[in-house]
Design a protein around this ligand. Structure first.
Ligand code: UFG
Length: 330
């Protein structure tokens, strides 16, 4: 299948490109390179340095490559920044998706796989979270994605030929098994890379945000899903979608690890000391978030392969320790 991958030069998108090629598909990448890395993209994959707001240009690309489906990864992802700059998030994540969907409508592309987020649930009323758990996002990032979910429902309601899947991601982690691509966010805010930077001496320490949560050891619990498992669900979805589909799936492994457990595992995996500071809670962090992912397992046959946190952290360590400056040429 000819598939347009927006954000294909980013962390998750770059892993998606690899899997799509392995599965015999023909990905085409669109990325504005504001955060993505051009050198993650194999030479045989067409690449367009284009922003989501360029509707006309996107329509041309869709037409030129006879695109049959779109995987939409391109987005801003920082919760804290979204609180400071809500319009930036609504422009990029919500208006950006609208522009892309308009281009698709113009050209008649009817398949869409969307990166949504567990942040659309806000502080959920039940745990584990099922797809029917009430969505009440508590920050602009979560709302920017929630709006797109509603827009997709509206399109599906009027166009019986349109079919989409929206995945609500939990905490994406790890790197490719061969160690050639991995996470390189500037700035980095996610726990696992920051812990590994502390292990490498790239930063002085890691601060644990809160030790007084109502969890077994007082630190927050999150559901860490390996990036390649996450991407596999997208490949399964794009191959399964048919007319009229409006599918929503949680993507997590179904149980969580605490921040302390992540630190202990990272220490074991790296064999290094990890200087740790115990700090205050970070605003907006729920105590626990983990998915019930029965639906995606049942409907798409998804089975995460990397559910052992040692393995997830080991793959991230392989990447970071061999690429201490990420994709930058050092
Ligand atoms: N944490 C620390 N210290 C740090 C960084 C994080 O203790 O320096 C803690 C956080 O408090 C949290 C856990 O580690 O409990 C994981 O934090 P991350 O920042 O790695 O991830 P989040 O759970 O905050 O966010 C993730 C995604 C978001 C998404 C959210 C959905 O990165 O995009 O899940 O709830 F919005």
């Amino acid at each position: 299948m000819n598939i347009l991958v927006t954000g294909g030069a980013g962390y998750i998108g770059s892993h998606a490109i690899r899997q799509l090629l392995e599965a015999g598909h023909f990905p085409v990448v669109l990325d504005n390179l504001s955060y993505g890395h051009r050198n993650t993209i194999p030479n045989n994959v067409p690449f367009y340095h284009v922003d989501l707001k360029e509707t006309d240009r996107i329509a041309e690309i869709l037409r030129e490559h006879h695109i049959e489906a779109v995987m939409h990864f391109a987005a801003l992802i920082s919760v804290g920044e979204s609180v400071q700059k809500p319009l930036l998030y609504y422009r990029n994540n919500t208006a950006g998706a609208v522009s892309l969907l308009e281009a698709m409508e113009r050209v008649g592309v009817k398949r869409f796989v969307f990166s949504s987020t567990a942040a659309t649930y806000g502080e959920p009323e039940e745990m584990p979270i099922v797809e029917t758990t009430k969505q009440q996002p508590i920050n602009p990032y979560g709302r920017s994605k929630w709006f797109v979910e509603q827009i997709l429902r509206d399109i599906a309601a009027t166009d019986p030929k349109f079919g989409f899947a929206a995945f609500r991601y939990f905490n994406v982690a790890g790197a490719s098994e061969d160690g050639t691509i991995g996470e390189d966010h500037q700035p980095e805010t996610h726990l696992i890379p920051l812990v590994l930077f502390a292990a490498m001496g790239k930063r002085n320490n890691i601060t644990v945000f809160g030790t007084d949560y109502p969890t077994s050891d007082g630190t927050c619990v999150r559901d860490y899903v390996h990036v390649n498992d996450l991407v596999t669900a997208h490949v399964l979805a794009v191959e399964a979608l048919s007319d009229g589909d409006a599918r929503f799936y949680n993507l997590g492994i179904g149980y969580g690890y605490s921040v302390r457990e992540i630190l202990d595992t990272a220490k074991k995996v790296t064999g290094k000391e990890i200087p740790t500071v115990f700090g205050l809670r970070r605003e907006g962090d729920p105590a626990q978030l983990f998915a019930n992912s029965d639906k995606v397992q049942k409907e798409l046959g998804w089975q995460p392969q990397h559910t052992d946190i040692d393995e997830v952290i080991a793959s991230a360590w392989h990447w970071h320790s061999t690429h201490p400056n990420g994709y930058a040429v050092s």
